[in-house]
Every structure is written in C-alpha cells, then in structure tokens.
Design a protein around this ligand. Structure first.
Ligand code: BGC
Length: 364
C-alpha cells in the first residue's frame, strides 16, 4: 500500500492560521502561520520566512518535528545558524564578497572570514516578510513578499522577491521562488531547513541514508570557496550515487572533509538546470521510516552535515544540538558563481524573472 493512502484520513487543507510568536526589540510583531495538508503540518514565521517546525508521521503514524529551530524569537534573532530560514540575496558563499558585473566591481557584506555567506549579516533570513495565506484547489499555502532596496548588503538593484510555500494534498512542501530587479544583479535563493528525520533534538543524523543524483561536486579551498573545477565523486567520500549512511565515510581524512569539519559541499546535479523540478536526492531515517525526497529545477545541491552545531543551542524539545544533529540540503546555483565563469550564471537582468522551484515529498 503506498504510504500516502495510510494517511489519507488526515488529508484536507484548511486556511493557514496566524498567531503572535513574539516581538522584535523595536516592537515589531512576528507571527507564526500554521499550515496542514496531506498529513504534513508546518509553522512558518514572518521573520526570515522561517520554517519553525515541520511535522510528519513515522511508520507507526507518530508525528515528530523534523526540523531544527527555537521556541522563541529572541534565539532566532541572536544566535540562529539560519535554522529553517529563507536565504538571499545569495545563498552560499561569494569569495571575498566581491564580484564584477558589466565592468563594475561590487563589494557585498563580508560575514564569514573574508567571504560573504548567505547574503551578508542582514540577509533575507533576518527580514520581516509580508505574508498572505491562500487556499487553491486542494493546496494550502503562503505567499511571502520582501523587497531588498538597491545597495542593501552591497548588492546592486532593487530586488522584489515572492516566495510561495505550498502544502499539497499529498503532504508535499513545495517552494517557488520568484524575483525581479531594476538593475543587473546576482541572485541565488534557497531554504535552510536543518533536517533530522528522527525528530529535532533526537541525536545524530549519521545513520540517515542519503542518495544524491550527482557524479561530480565542487571541491573548495580552506575558506570553502570552490576551486572552480568540478571533480568526480567516484572513489571519494562524496559518492552518494548509491544510497549510503551519512556517517559511513565522514571520518575519512580526506582534505575536503578536513576543510569543512565534515561535509559542506555543493554537488553538481547530473540533471543540470531543468524547466520542471526533477528528483535529485532521497534522505531516509531507517529507525522511523521517515523519508524525504527532493526535486528541484536548480543545478546544485549544498549538503551540509551540521558540522558547526556545538551543543550551545537548545531546541523546542529542550535538547541541545550537537555536531551532526541535523543536515541541510540546499538547492541552489553553485557557490561563488559570480566569480566562476564556467558555472551556470546567477546574473539577473531587468525585465527577466528569476524562478526556482524545489519540492519536498515525505513518505514513511
Ligand atoms: C553553509 C555552512 C554554514 C551553515 C550555517 C551552510 O549553508 O554551507 O558552511 O556553516 O550554512 O551557518
């Protein structure tokens, strides 16, 4: 019996419900929106478009929140390593935070050693988004809007962004990103959910099994900036073409793993850029049976094995998050693309709409 049919009794999308989550220091109210459809439940914050919780059942039908986060706004503002957040304008790193467009060099905010990470210190993860709920046919969801003005974090052009979070009747979570600009700029939007399919705070993800449809990855230097030449995964710890436990090769003394304290790399997806989302990865927790399948239009996938979680953050379960307590699978264009002419382009020109879609499907 397909996993979905066992869950069909919980199908039925209701209009998302809004409640107060907390206030920023300046008094701005941050709301939490609750959505449920097809057996998946999620809570989304107007701060950062953050997925504050995402719950799906295990093979016994028991629900767990499988995404790391906090139960209060203060922690999100003060110390979140992008838990559940929307990332922009540029997901991942730009070397030295510098790039040249149409002969002009731009310096964007440097917030990760000498590099820029995830759009700079005040990226989209720290913005308050305007949210509009919707129900459409059997779908329920949220439209999230934000405008980033010309020069914000150093990026050229006023960027208007619309992100759509949809929960389908099958319990799939779909993200559609759209953006337009009034000056030539670069854009690379993604979502930074930290997955632990056994439940947040429940331990390591090293037993999770992962498959990635990619024969190459982009090796990096010690600052995690790609060297520019994609390398084959064959014969390396980066080979996830066949399903493999994440912990299996994680302790190999491979130079790339040493640089990142584990895995923190971009996979060059075999399918390349696609007009429609195509399957790229499957993550499974054998103990609960919970399985996440991802499909995307993007050419790259950053797999980050939660290397920098160090036991200092406490999740809603009251448990601390330690190294490997979750992993991120960020669909995207490749890191440092603005400085890498051989990578697919992240340039957006006026009159063109940036579009990107990623679908997360859950089974058990
Ligand atoms: C990056 C990591 C970074 C993490 C959160 C990931 O997307 O690849 O290097 O530490 O985000 O801070």
């Amino acid at each position: 019996m397909p996993a979905w049919s066992a869950r069909s009794h919980v199908t039925g999308g209701r209009k998302p419900v809004k409640e107060l989550f907390g206030k920023l220091a300046d008094g701005t109210e941050i709301h939490s929106w609750s959505l449920a459809n097809g057996g998946t439940r999620m809570k989304v914050l107007s701060y950062g478009g953050i997925v504050q919780s995402l719950e799906v059942p295990d093979r016994q039908g028991r629900y767990a929140n499988i995404s790391l986060g906090f139960d209060n706004i203060e922690d999100y503002v003060a110390r979140s390593p992008y838990f559940g957040a929307l990332i922009g304008r540029y997901g991942n790193r730009i070397g030295k935070g510098r790039f040249t467009l149409d002969g002009k060099t731009y310096q964007v905010d440097v917030n990760d050693g000498e590099n820029s990470l995830h759009g700079g210190a005040q990226g989209f993860d720290k913005r308050v988004w305007d949210i509009e709920p919707f129900t459409k046919g059997s779908d329920v969801g949220l439209y999230l809007y934000c405008t980033s003005v010309d020069g914000e974090m150093g990026y050229p052009g006023t960027l208007k962004v619309k992100v759509t979070y949809t929960l389908t009747k099958h319990g799939d979570w779909r993200i559609d990103y759209e953006a337009t600009t009034d000056r030539t700029t670069v854009v690379n939007l993604t979502s930074h959910v930290y997955w632990n399919l056994a439940g947040e705070g429940s331990g390591t993800i090293e037993n999770h099994e992962l498959k990635i449809a990619a024969s190459r990855y982009t090796p990096v230097d010690s600052g995690l900036i790609p060297t520019g030449e994609p390398a084959p995964v064959a014969g390396t710890p980066f080979d996830f073409r066949r399903t493999k436990a994440i912990g299996e090769d994680l302790r190999e003394a491979h130079q790339q793993l040493l640089y990142a304290k584990g895995i923190d790399h971009n996979w060059v997806l075999d399918k390349g850029i696609s007009a429609k989302p195509e399957w790229i990865a499957t993550l499974k927790d054998p103990s609960s049976g919970r399985t996440l399948r991802m499909a995307t239009t993007e050419p790259g996938l950053q797999f980050y094995s939660g290397n920098f979680l160090d036991g200092t953050l406490v999740g809603p379960s009251g448990k601390t998050y330690r190294q490997g307590g979750a992993l991120c699978l960020e669909t995207q264009h490749f890191p440092d693309s603005p400085n890498q002419p051989s990578f697919p382009s992240t340039v957006l020109k006026p009159g063109v709409t940036y579009r990107s879609t990623t679908v997360h499907s859950f089974t058990r």
